[in-house]
Design a protein around this ligand. Structure first.
Ligand SMILES: Cc1cc2nc3c(=O)[nH]c(=O)nc-3n(C[C@H](O)[C@H](O)[C@H](O)COP(=O)(O)OP(=O)(O)OC[C@H]3O[C@@H](n4cnc5c(N)ncnc54)[C@H](O)[C@@H]3O)c2cc1C
Ligand SMILES: NC(=O)c1ccc[n+]([C@@H]2O[C@H](COP(=O)([O-])OP(=O)(O)OC[C@H]3O[C@@H](n4cnc5c(N)ncnc54)[C@H](OP(=O)(O)O)[C@@H]3O)[C@@H](O)[C@H]2O)c1
Length: 589
């Protein structure tokens, strides 16, 4: 911690958390010049990343966590706890280990590429131990209220009220606050859309209350919703039930974890692929993907084909679902029209009798009950935040919401990047634009989301991993200099451009630079292969498939070079910068 900083006043750590001490010769208190004590709440993966980023920036974090452990959603409990996320026993993450790790702490090589929730907890514990984060967390302490102080426009400070597990309330003052409460705690249970549910004789509950399938052996069950929860639970239940029905009101494109040559699918989404996505007309890019998915199984034949395009919906990833459908244990059904006793009628008029269980895998709602609505309000999962982090209307940028995104990719590195940005904003190293500019950016993003995604409460905080990481990284000054690396370190440069956009890329330069980043990038494929090396095999080692990435990458670079022949170096430097220019040449733009 900075030696410039004076001591905290107040008799106990919990009494007056802040207190200003500025060197006498310095100008009046600004957050950049005084000791900043941050309050975080949420000891999940976003909270851990925030504590680490605060420490990296010389800030003093205090984290309040309402439960008795770290891990947030990934901390499995046999019984769901109120107001907390809850997962089923078998959850395996669908973002691969190289894409979901924190940027300066690779997941051990021997861990599987897609980890069970227990291994994810192991990784979070290693991270917390390695950077000694636990001592900053006050467990069993819930934040009840967060209010701007009366001198907020000058001080930017917050009054915070907490309550511990014995019901003891305390008040604190903090210089800045990061909210890391996740957005999968409160179930969306749209019973009003299901007439007759009150007459239903079976059992029903939300997917957050589902734990294991055993109880439903030889029963008839319906799962409503075809997000990742619906897909996972339908597959698992169908192994024991007499019959499982999967009800979806609009269908879905189903992706695999296992991509070509058995590699994790998310490793294919590199920078060039992201650029191609932006260059090509949306419909064309979707069409290419849909054709590939239909080669695996015909979505129309399986009655899953939606009306919308592949990238207009948050992806459902499920390698096993087509197998279950083909073997008849899962039957795909349309939306439920009504319940009557124990029978269920679907929109196509078909009726299933004697239903024992309905699982509503109908997603989640988020809210900020501890905040006044003029600070941040959320309605129907919409909140107006600058780049999903900063409320634009505050006099002082001392409140950040971390992890409130739904990425096509992993949340953890994104939360970490947001935390790197927020802590530097708090310190005054980065200035936010004017309120009008922030609001304009918010509206732009909302319009882009509305144009791309089907209207649904689940599509309000969507981000594309590579683009969003680059966007925030640019603000922080940590976006990799690809042209520079291609010229000075071609092996690394090619990996940055054509390899998976792993989080280590954002530790090569700028604040928070990590000396191990280059090596982590150059060894990432070894960590992908390592967990499979469990039997000596005489065959040549399974080669990773770079065919598609290379073909698409070459096509993209060629297209960009053709359209903008004299600007190729600039394109390599910043693959996204020329996109607007290129787009005008394309059909349908
Ligand atoms: C079934 C399921 C599977 C998922 N799979 C993936 C995946 O494959 N990849 C991926 O990237 N994401 C996945 N997610 C998203 C998941 O939300 C993130 O992976 C991640 O857990 C978010 O971390 P977080 O720290 O932001 O929130 P959480 O993990 O939810 O942690 C929030 C913490 O805040 C605490 N808290 C809340 N309110 C208060 C309060 N008032 N006071 C004090 N403490 C409070 C909670 O106790 C909790 O510990 C999945 C979500 C679900 C539901
Ligand atoms: N293994 C994993 O890694 C894993 C497992 C589970 C969840 N997750 C993640 O956790 C998050 C939440 O996933 P989720 O599946 O729980 O929720 P979700 O993605 O929001 O999906 C909700 C589903 O319910 C449907 N639905 C909502 N309201 C409905 C209504 N009134 N009537 C009929 N259908 C309705 C939605 O249909 P519409 O599309 O029509 O709105 C959608 O199919 C996601 O980020 C997901 O990726 C990951």
């Amino acid at each position: 911690m900075s030696s410039l900083l004076s001591k905290q006043t107040g008799s106990s750590p919990s009494s007056r958390q802040h207190l200003i001490q500025v060197r006498p010769e310095l100008p009046p208190p600004t957050i950049a010049t005084r000791r900043v004590i941050l309050q975080l709440f949420g000891g999940g993966s976003s909270g851990l990343a925030c504590i680490k980023c605060c420490l990296d920036e010389g800030l003093e974090p205090v984290c309040f966590e309402s439960s008795d452990d770290i891990g947030g959603l990934w901390r499995f409990k046999e019984n769901p706890e109120p107001d907390r996320a809850s997962i089923y026993h078998s959850v395996i993450i669908n973002t691969s280990k190289e894409m979901m790790c924190f940027s300066d702490f690779p997941i051990p090589a021997h861990f599987p590429n897609f980890m069970h929730n227990s291994l994810i907890m192991d990784y979070f514990r290693m991270y917390a131990d390695n950077f000694q984060l636990i001592k900053y967390i006050r467990f069993n302490t819930k934040v009840l209220q967060l209010k701007q102080r009366s001198d907020f426009s000058h001080s930017g400070q917050w009054d915070v009220e907490t309550e511990n597990k014995d019901g003891k309330k305390e008040k604190h003052i903090f210089d800045a606050v990061m909210i890391c409460i996740g957005h999968h705690c409160h179930p969306n249970m749209p019973l009003q859309d299901f007439p007759g549910i009150d007459t239903f004789k079976g059992k029903y509950f939300h997917s957050r209350d589902y734990k294991t399938p055993e109880e439903w052996r030889n029963k008839k069950a319906i799962v409503v919703g075809i997000g990742n929860s619906g897909g996972d639970i339908a597959v698992e239940l169908s192994r024991v039930t007499k019959q499982l029905y999967l009800s979806t009101r609009r269908g879905a494109w189903i992706l695999n974890r296992v991509g070509d040559n058995g590699l994790p699918l998310d490793l294919i989404f590199n920078r060039v692929m992201d650029s191609v996505r932006k260059i090509l007309p949306f419909g064309f890019f979707c069409g290419v993907g849909e054709r590939q998915l239909n080669q695996r199984f015909d979505h129309a034949l399986y009655n899953l084909k939606p009306k919308h395009r592949l990238f207009s919906q948050h992806p459902t990833v499920n390698d096993e679902l087509p197998n279950r459908i083909l073997s008849g244990t899962v039957q795909v059904k349309p939306n439920i029209r009504r319940f009557q006793g124990s029978s269920v009628e679907f929109d196509d008029g078909s009726v299933v009798e004697d239903v024992d269980l309905v699982v509503f895998a109908t997603g989640y709602r988020f809210s900020f009950p501890f905040l006044a609505s003029h600070v941040v309000s959320a309605s129907e999962n919409k909140a107006s935040l600058y780049k999903y982090v900063f409320p634009p209307e505050l006099d002082r940028p001392t409140l950040a919401i971390i992890g409130l995104v739904q990425p096509l990719g992993a949340i953890m590195p994104i939360s970490e990047m947001q935390a790197r940005w927020a802590t530097r904003v708090f310190k005054g190293c980065i200035k936010l634009p004017s309120m009008a500019a922030m609001q304009k950016d918010i509206v732009c993003k909302q319009q882009a989301m509305a144009a791309r995604y089907v209207p649904s409460q689940r599509h309000t905080i969507q981000v594309d991993y590579v683009s969003y990481m680059d966007e925030i990284a640019k603000l922080v000054g940590v976006r990799p200099n690809i042209l520079g690396k291609l010229l000075t370190d071609p092996r690394l440069g090619l990996n940055l451009l054509f390899g998976p956009c792993t989080p280590y890329q954002f530790r090569l330069r700028g604040p928070g630079k990590w000396a191990g980043a280059r090596q982590a990038i150059l060894t990432q494929w070894e960590r992908v292969a390592c967990p499979m090396q469990t039997r000596p095999c005489d065959e040549p080692k399974c080669k990773r498939s770079l065919m598609w990435p290379l073909i698409l990458s070459t096509a993209a670079v060629g297209l960009a070079a053709y359209v903008n022949r004299n600007s190729l170096p600039a394109f390599l430097q910043d693959p996204t910068a020329l996109l607007d220019k290129i787009k005008v040449y394309l059909p349908g733009q």
